[in-house]
Each structure stands twice: as structure tokens, then as C-alpha cells.
Design a protein around this ligand. Structure first.
Ligand code: SF4
Length: 245
């Protein structure tokens, strides 16, 4: 009888101990979960803060470069421009589009790619599943050549350091060179755009994709399929999914 009572009491004690252990384990697991969530949050916030600080610094540096060249008269286009068109977009962009030179609309507004060709470029960007404000857009020349004539070699030589500085500050993952002048200037080649497009080249260690200029697409809509091919290569590299139907 005595032995049975002792067994009953040890079994009760064991049950209590087990319940206590289970409770403690449960509390420990909950606390670990909370801790790991909080650590992830802290990590994520730090990355976000770092990115924001970088974007602010790059934005300020770009603004300074823009201010420094506001009165530029290094080539004759300085005398005929209405507005200098420095560039526009995200100073921390992974993708930069470089065109040829401002046209009449751009000269009037002081912004790149705002005319019909600009609308075409916006469509291309949106088909990539991103918005215009997430990329950076600029040109080889910052001032409009009269009657939209082709840029002259001496104008390109005078203006190119500004573009180099922009690209250095933004340090994108990919540059998309729009049209012959942008591609040939950045790649230092005379190879035609039709032979350059379709694959990545390298500009100062940055992947560069040459493709047709949006203005060319307005005159030759059949070339859109080639631009779409080039853009898809860029999207694959950036891990983007198309929204084009
Ligand atoms: S095109 Fe370039 S180099 Fe020529 S005046 Fe304009 S900013 Fe200066």
C-alpha cells in the first residue's frame, strides 16, 4: 500500500515537472521567434538606411555636377540652347538610359526624353515592369544641336566628361545606349548599331546594351522587335518580369 502511494506521488511529481519543462520550452521558442524577427527587421532597416544615405549622397553629387556645368560654354551649342538638359531620374538607379542629344521639347523643358521619342521610351520602360522614376535618363550632349542635326565629334569630346561623371556617380549595373551616337561614343567604336545590339558590351566594367533609339522606332516600327529582344536581355540580368501583354 505504502509503495503504491509513493509511486502515485512520484508519478504526479513527474507530470508536474514535465508540464513545467514544456512551458519553459514554449516560452523559449516564442522568445527566439521574437528575437529573430527583430534581428531581421534591424538588418533590413540598416540596409534601407544605407541605400537611402547613398541615394541622398549621389543625388547631392549629381546636383553639384549639374550646378557646376549650368553655364557651360565649352562648345558652340552653349550659345544656341534654351535650357541645358543634364539628366533626370533616380540617382541610385540600377539602369541608366543614355541617348544622343536633346530635341526641341527637351530644350524647351530642360528635361531628357519628354517629346514623342520620350513617350516611346516611357512605354519601353513600363513594359519592363518598372517606372521612369526608377531609372536614370540622360544624353551624350547636354545641349540641343540646331535643327536636331547629328552631334559633331568636337561637341561630343567637349561634353563627354560630364556624362562620364554622371555615370561614375550613379554607378548603375546596366547602361542601355540608345542609338548609334550613344553606343559608338561610349564603346569607342565605329561599328554600326545593327551589329552592336543584341548582346552586352563593357563600359568601365559596367554591362552596356546598345539598342535602337526610340526616335528610330517611330520611323521604323518594325525595329521594335529588336529593341524588345535587347530589353529582355537587360530584364533577365536585372531579374525583372515583363508586364507586356
Ligand atoms: S553641349 Fe555640353 S559641352 Fe557643349 S555647351 Fe552644352 S554642356 Fe557644354
Amino acid at each position: 500500500m505504502m509503495v503504491e502511494r509513493m509511486n502515485e506521488s512520484s508519478a504526479g511529481q513527474l507530470k508536474e515537472d514535465l508540464l513545467g519543462a514544456v512551458k519553459a520550452l514554449k516560452t523559449y521558442i516564442v522568445n527566439q521567434d521574437k528575437l529573430s524577427v527583430s534581428m531581421d527587421w534591424e538588418k533590413k532597416t540598416k540596409v534601407e538606411i544605407d541605400n537611402n544615405v547613398r541615394a541622398i549622397n549621389e543625388g547631392q553629387e549629381l546636383s553639384r555636377t549639374c550646378q557646376d556645368m549650368a553655364e557651360c560654354q565649352l562648345c558652340p551649342l552653349g550659345k544656341t540652347r534654351r535650357n541645358l538638359v543634364f539628366g533626370d531620374g533616380n540617382s541610385n538607379a540600377q539602369l541608366v538610359f543614355v541617348g544622343e542629344a536633346p530635341g526641341a521639347d527637351e530644350d524647351a523643358q530642360g528635361l531628357p526624353f519628354v517629346g514623342k521619342a520620350g513617350q516611346q521610351l516611357t512605354k519601353i520602360i513600363e513594359a519592363m515592369g518598372i517606372s521612369r522614376k526608377n531609372v536614370y535618363i540622360c544624353n551624350i550632349l547636354k545641349c540641343r544641336p540646331p535643327q536636331n542635326r547629328n552631334p559633331l565629334p568636337e561637341e561630343i569630346a567637349a561634353c563627354e566628361p560630364f556624362l562620364k561623371k554622371q555615370l561614375e556617380i550613379i554607378a548603375p549595373r546596366i547602361i542601355c545606349a540608345l542609338g548609334t551616337f550613344a553606343a559608338q561614343t561610349l564603346l569607342k567604336t565605329e561599328v554600326p548599331i545593327s551589329a552592336l545590339r543584341g548582346r552586352f558590351h563593357s563600359y568601365q566594367g559596367i554591362k552596356l546594351m546598345p539598342t535602337y533609339h526610340p526616335a528610330y522606332l517611330l520611323r521604323n516600327p518594325s525595329a521594335k522587335k529588336f529593341v524588345w529582344e535587347d530589353v529582355q536581355i537587360i530584364m533577365k540580368e536585372l531579374g525583372l518580369k515583363s508586364v507586356k501583354k
